[in-house]
Design a protein around this ligand. Structure first.
Ligand code: ARG
Length: 287
C-alpha cells in the first residue's frame, strides 16, 4: 500500500497511538522431532490412522528454532528419545521460574517417561532446585507465567492440586482457570502472555467463572475468535514485542499488528496433527 499523504488525514482523525512494545531476550529449551509420529490419540487433534510426516515436522521445527535465534533469543536443545513421539512438545516437560524447576508428571502413560527425562536434562543445564511433583501436571502446557501471577489450566490434564503445589514451591500466586473444550486441552492452546502483564485468549475455551476471572485480570486482553483458535493460533510465543504465531491465524495476526506487536508467522501444520503449535515446542527457562 502506498504511503499515506501527510495532509490526507487530519491529526484528530488518527487512530489512538499504540504503546511501543519492547522485546526481552529469552532462553528456550527445544527438542528436535527426530522421533515424531502420531501413533496414539490422547487429544482430538491426533489421528493415528492418518499419521504425520516426521521429515516435514523436522523442517517446520527447524524454521521455528531459526525464527527464535533470528530474534536474538537463546535456544538450548534436549536430546530426543526414541519411543517418545510427543517429546518435541518441550513446553510440557517442566515449569521453570526464578531458576526453580517444577517437574512434570504426565496424565497419559504414553508420555510418562518425558517428566524424568526433562528434569534430568535441566539438572545437567545447572538447575539444581528441581521438585519432583506429587501431582499430575504438564508443565508450561498448563502453567503460563506473567510478572505477578502464574495462570494455571485444569480440566483435562493438570490437577487442581498441582496448582497449589506449584504455588507453594515457586512462591508465586497461581490462578486457576478451568478449560471446557477438549480441543483446547492445555491452557497454552487457548491463551498466551503478550508480555508480563497482558494476554491474548479465546473465551470459548474457558468456563463462565474463569472467563469472568480473565476479564477482571486482563481488561485490555486481545480476544481471539474461534477461527484463530481452531488453527491453534493461541499457541503463540511472545517476547513482549515479536509474536511467533501459526501463519493460518489471520485474524489474530491482524489484531496483534493493530496493537503494536510484530507477528512472526510460522508453519507448524505437521506438528498440529499431534495437537501442538509454536508454544508447545518451546519451554522457557527463567533464571
Ligand atoms: N500430543 C501432545 C499431547 O497431547 C501434544 C502436546 C502439546 N503441547 C502443548 N503444550 N499444548 O500431549
Amino acid at each position: 500500500t502506498p504511503a499515506m499523504e501527510p495532509t490526507s488525514v487530519p491529526a484528530a482523525a488518527e487512530a489512538p497511538a499504540v504503546p511501543a512494545r519492547a522485546a526481552l531476550r529469552r532462553h528456550y529449551l527445544m527438542c528436535r522431532p527426530d522421533h515424531f509420529a502420531v501413533t496414539y490419540a490422547i487429544n482430538p487433534w491426533m489421528d493415528p490412522v492418518a499419521g504425520a510426516d516426521a521429515g516435514r515436522a523436522v523442517a517446520q521445527w527447524e524454521a521455528l528454532r531459526d525464527a527464535y535465534t533470528a530474534l536474538g533469543h537463546e535456544v538450548s536443545l534436549i536430546d530426543p528419545l526414541p519411543g517418545l513421539p510427543d517429546m518435541v512438545f518441550a513446553a510440557n516437560g517442566a515449569l521453570v521460574v526464578g531458576g526453580r524447576v517444577y517437574g512434570a508428571r504426565f496424565t497419559h502413560a504414553e508420555r510418562a517417561a518425558e517428566g524424568p527425562a526433562y528434569a534430568a536434562w535441566l539438572r545437567s543445564l545447572g538447575f539444581t532446585d528441581v521438585l519432583e511433583p506429587a501431582h499430575t501436571n504438564e508443565g508450561e502446557g498448563d502453567f503460563l507465567t506473567l510478572d505477578h501471577v502464574i495462570l494455571a489450566g485444569t480440566g483435562f490434564r493438570t490437577d487442581l492440586a498441582a496448582h497449589q503445589e506449584a504455588q507453594e514451591f515457586l512462591g508465586r500466586p497461581v490462578v486457576t482457570l478451568r478449560l471446557v473444550d477438549p480441543r483446547f486441552y492445555h491452557l497454552d492452546t487457548a491463551l498466551f502472555p503478550l508480555d508480563g502483564a497482558n494476554v491474548a485468549y479465546y473465551p470459548g475455551a474457558f468456563s463462565p467463572g474463569s472467563r469472568a476471572v480473565l476479564e477482571r485480570l486482563f481488561p485490555h486482553a486481545i480476544i481471539a475468535g474461534e477461527a484463530d483458535a481452531a488453527v491453534l493460533g493461541l499457541n503463540a510465543v511472545s517476547d513482549g514485542r515479536n509474536v511467533v504465531v501459526n501463519a493460518e491465524a489471520a485474524g489474530l495476526i491482524a489484531e496483534l499488528d493493530r496493537n503494536g506487536y510484530r507477528p512472526v508467522p510460522v508453519d507448524l501444520s505437521e506438528l498440529r496433527k499431534a495437537g501442538g503449535g509454536p508454544k508447545c515446542c518451546t519451554l522457557e527457562l527463567r533464571r
